[in-house]
Design a protein around this ligand. Structure first.
Ligand SMILES: [Zn+2]
Length: 129
């Protein structure tokens, strides 16, 4: 089961890995390719790559929400690991936390696609469309 999951993730990992290394590839986002609108995670790979190079300004310019997700993901993972180590395992995310994350993602997606908001929320990606 684990091997099948790993094999099924391999193509995506190769695409994302090549993007993180700076090689241009295909547009990863189906929503952007089909509608022209930025989804909440558009620019996330470029933001991560910029962050890996220590360029926080560029990372924020690509996608500040993705940076928040990265930081929050690290904190949630640390919380989960600590709870397991203490012998009181808990879910990675509670249902309420997941709802909040998806609600914030939805609000960010709407806000970043409003006319003119790209200059504030994703200046390095440009306007939607
Ligand atoms: Zn996207």
């Amino acid at each position: 089961m684990g091997a099948a999951a790993a094999v099924s993730c391999l193509p995506g990992a190769l695409i994302i890995g090549s993007r993180l290394l700076g090689r241009d590839g295909v547009d990863l986002c189906i929503m952007h390719r089909m509608t022209g609108y930025w989804c909440p995670l558009c620019g996330g790979t470029r933001a991560t790559r910029a962050l890996m190079h220590g360029d926080l300004t560029s990372a924020c310019g690509y996608n500040p929400f993705a940076l928040m997700v990265l930081a929050l993901g690290a904190a949630v993972l640390a919380r989960w690991l600590i709870s397991r180590r203490r012998g009181a395992p808990r879910p990675l995310l509670t249902a309420r936390e997941a709802v909040v994350v998806f609600a914030v993602a939805g609000l960010f997606a709407v806000a970043r696609n409003l006319p003119g908001m790209w200059a504030y929320l994703n200046p390095l990606l440009g306007p939607a469309g």
